[in-house]
Design a protein. Structure first.
Length: 393
């Protein structure tokens, strides 16, 4: 195994050199590479630069932004621009006769889909539009193995019942895509590693090289027993966000117990923390509460909840009449500084439960306080964002 490991290491170096040589920014292919590296939890060898906001309504740039949001590289104000841009898509013909559309460019399709999925409930109309376009376009899409796999991946992300059958045998890079798509199940890893050992690695296109590079990192680590699960932090954050968005409905339903039996009554932040902890345990195997945090201003603090494997901290707060939005922003700013130095924190989700509707502008709060500080993604989620938790079902 040591000789094979050395061979794979050499191939990783070869792929990385190819990626650096072919790097062009901004482009969907380069951003796709960043997203794949994030998906398997490895450091990307090239640092992406910024993107001019005025170009975000161009499909290639929109796909680039979608991948960056999925990789946790953009957040806060950028997600508002992304939402406006993807909403514009629904006013256009998705499947023009000349096929001059991102729907026929699989990497762009996947990037835009990743962005739409990250926007969650805010982009449901665009999501439905994409599902309809994928269904109508199924007979028209390319059937080469690479394109078909990317299109199928996009369909899976948005929940479209679309399956493009490949008309050609799998190449190494397509096998890599399937390894990455199915993480953390690690299906066909042995087959992929055998193909890399026998056929070598592609080095002609940055997206294909990057797919093989990322899959090889994950597959070698899995085969060596170094990790049992490689989970996408971006996917994990999406799960946490959806659970927080539906938290008010969950609490309302808890109160509707048969025969009026005892239930959890949420009166303060500790009740919120306990309830959310129980919900997170349904989705994540290692959820820890009251974990020691780094000292700040000579004071030792504790983290509310920590998803250990995903390196995500979840900080819970509950509003009250005396809490102003400005005061809440100040508390969040202090917390952000604490988390920057915590070794287990790659991202932090601030969940603010506002059943009384005390916040004047929760949407602005989410936008203004969500950002990336250094390498730590900070996401702020307010629920409900409109007063009326009792009306949720």
């Amino acid at each position: 195994m040591s000789s094979l490991t050395a061979s794979f290491a050499a191939q990783l170096d070869e792929l990385e050199s190819s990626i650096r040589h072919d790097w062009r920014w901004p482009s969907p292919e380069a951003a796709f590479s960043v997203w794949l590296a994030h998906r398997v939890g490895v450091t990307w060898p090239v640092d992406p630069l910024g993107i001019a906001n005025e170009r975000w309504r161009e499909a290639p740039i929109l796909a680039t932004v979608g991948f960056l949001v999925g990789a946790g590289r953009l957040g806060g104000p950028e997600t508002e621009l992304l939402l406006a841009a993807v909403q514009d898509l629904t006013e256009k013909e998705a499947l023009p006769a000349d096929r001059n559309s991102f729907m026929f460019r699989p990497t762009e399709l996947l990037g835009i889909t990743v962005g739409v999925v990250q926007l969650a409930d805010d982009a449901q109309a665009t999501r439905r539009w994409l599902i309809d376009a994928l269904r109508r376009g199924q007979p028209l899409f390319s059937t080469d193995s690479w394109s078909a796999t990317l299109t199928n991946w996009a369909a899976r992300l948005v929940g479209a019942d679309v399956q493009i059958e490949s008309a050609a045998p799998d190449r190494v890079e397509t096998m890599a895509l399937r390894v990455l798509w199915r993480l953390p199940e690690f299906e066909n890893v042995d087959e992929f590693l055998a193909a890399v050992a026998l056929r070598g690695v592609p080095g002609d296109d940055i997206d294909r090289s990057a797919a093989t590079w990322a899959a090889l990192h994950a597959a070698v680590a899995a085969a060596a027993g170094q990790i049992s699960v490689v989970a996408s932090k971006a996917d994990a954050i999406t799960v946490v966000e959806r659970l927080c968005r539906r938290f008010p409905a969950f609490i309302v339903q808890l109160a509707r117990r048969h025969d009026g039996r005892d239930t959890l009554v949420v009166r303060d932040e500790y009740d919120v923390q306990d309830a959310l902890h129980a919900v997170l345990r349904l989705h994540f195997s290692d959820v820890r509460d009251e974990e020691p945090g780094p000292s700040h201003a000579a004071t030792t603090t504790r983290l509310d909840l920590l998803l250990k494997g995903e390196r995500i901290v979840v900080e819970t707060k509950m509003t009250r009449p005396s809490m102003t939005q400005r005061k809440l922003l100040e508390e969040i700013a202090i917390d952000k500084e604490r988390y920057r130095s915590h070794p287990d924190c790659g991202a932090v989700v601030f969940f603010i439960y506002d059943p009384g509707g005390h916040l004047k502008n929760p949407v602005a709060l989410e936008r203004d306080a969500s950002e990336t500080i250094g390498t730590v993604l900070c996401r702020v989620i307010v629920a409900p964002r409109e007063h009326g938790a009792d009306n949720l079902t």
